[in-house]
Ligand binder design. Structure first.
Ligand SMILES: Cc1cc2nc3c(=O)[nH]c(=O)nc-3n(C[C@H](O)[C@H](O)[C@H](O)COP(=O)(O)O)c2cc1C
Length: 194
C-alpha cells in the first residue's frame, strides 16, 4: 500500500504541512509505504494548452511534473493538502492539477486508464483556511473532486479547518492533528477490509 502526500502550501512547516505530516504518520503506523512530494520545491510549468497530449496522452513539458506523474501512478492512495488562497487551492497545487490535462486526454479521448492501470485508488483532501465563513472550502473541493474523478481515484474524504491562519496555529486546535493521524490510519485500514 503506497500513500502519496502532495503538499501544496508555499509555507514549509505551516498548517497544512503539519496536518499532512500527521496524516502520513498515521498511514505509516499501519504499515503503508509513505512518500510526500512538496510542490513548492518543484518546477512545474503551468499547462500551455499546446494540445500535444491529445495525440499521445503524454505531456511534452519535461519538468518536475514528470516525476509527479510517476508518483501518482505508483500510489494506491493520494492525499492532497492545500491551504485556501483566494478561495481556491494554491497556485502550486493548481499548476499540478492543470498538468493532469494529459490524464484527462487518456481517460476521455484515448480511452485508456489515466494512471496506467485499473487498480483501485483512493483520494483524500486536507485543507485549512484563515477565515471562518460559510462555503469556504467549496470551490477547492469541486476542483479536487474533479481531479480525482478524472484520475479514476475514488474520493475517500477530507479534513477541513477554517479560522486557522498563523503559521502553526493548527497546533492550538483541540484535536486537529490527532484527527489527521487517525484519518491516515483509517485510509489504510479501510482498504485492508475492502
Ligand atoms: C495569498 C493568500 C491568499 C489567502 N486567501 C485566503 C482565502 O481566500 N480564504 C481564507 O480563508 N484564507 C486565505 N488565506 C489564509 C490561509 O489559508 C491561511 O493562512 C492558512 O492557515 C495557511 O495555511 P499553511 O500554513 O498551510 O500555508 C490566504 C493566504 C494567502 C497567503
Amino acid at each position: 500500500m503506497k500513500v502519496l502526500g502532495i503538499a501544496g502550501s508555499p509555507r514549509r512547516g505551516g498548517n497544512t504541512d503539519m496536518l499532512l505530516a500527521e496524516f502520513m504518520r498515521g498511514a505509516a503506523s499501519k504499515e503503508a509505504e509513505v512518500k510526500t512530494v512538496i510542490l513548492n520545491n518543484l518546477k512545474i510549468t503551468p499547462c500551455q494548452h499546446c494540445d500535444a497530449c491529445l495525440e499521445t496522452g503524454e505531456c511534452k513539458i519535461k519538468d518536475d511534473m514528470q516525476m509527479v506523474y510517476q508518483e501518482l501512478e505508483r500510489a494506491d492512495r493520494i492525499v492532497l493538502a492545500s491551504p485556501i488562497q483566494f478561495t481556491g487551492v494554491t497556485a502550486q497545487m493548481k499548476a499540478m492539477i492543470d498538468r493532469c490535462q494529459s490524464r484527462w486526454v487518456r481517460k476521455y479521448v484515448l480511452k485508456v486508464p489515466p494512471l496506467g492501470d485499473r487498480r483501485e485508488r483512493k483520494g483524500f483532501f486536507i485543507s485549512v483556511g484563515g477565515r471562518k465563513v460559510a462555503n469556504l472550502f467549496e470551490p477547492a473541493l469541486v476542483m479536487v473532486k474533479t481531479l480525482f474523478r478524472i484520475l479514476d481515484v475514488t474520493y475517500a474524504g477530507e479534513l477541513l479547518f477554517s479560522g486557522v491562519d498563523g503559521k502553526g496555529a493548527i497546533a492550538k486546535h483541540p484535536d486537529a492533528l490527532h484527527q489527521a493521524f487517525l484519518a491516515g490510519q483509517k485510509l489504510v485500514e479501510e482498504s485492508k477490509t475492502d
